[in-house]
Design a protein around this ligand. Structure first.
Ligand code: ZN
Length: 68
């Protein structure tokens, strides 16, 4: 989560993380990192086992972008 926010600040644009699929995590990312989910790519990459927000088992890889 913090890392995601930092990367977003430094590089801007889109970042990708793993995500558990819970709406609560999406909302949290929006609040804390100012990012909202953009898309769940068809080509799923295995970035890790756990959600970047809550640390539970991840289901999807998801792209995040700055919420304007
Ligand atoms: Zn989560």
């Amino acid at each position: 989560m913090e890392e995601a926010a930092r990367i977003q600040k430094e590089k801007g644009g889109f970042i990708k993380t793993m995500w558990c699929g819970e709406l609560a995590c999406e909302m949290e990312m929006k609040e804390k990192a100012g990012m909202s989910s953009r898309c769940i790519p068809f080509d799923q990459e295995d970035l890790g086992e756990v959600c970047a927000c809550c640390g539970k088992k991840a289901k999807h890889m998801i792209y995040w972008g700055v919420a304007y």
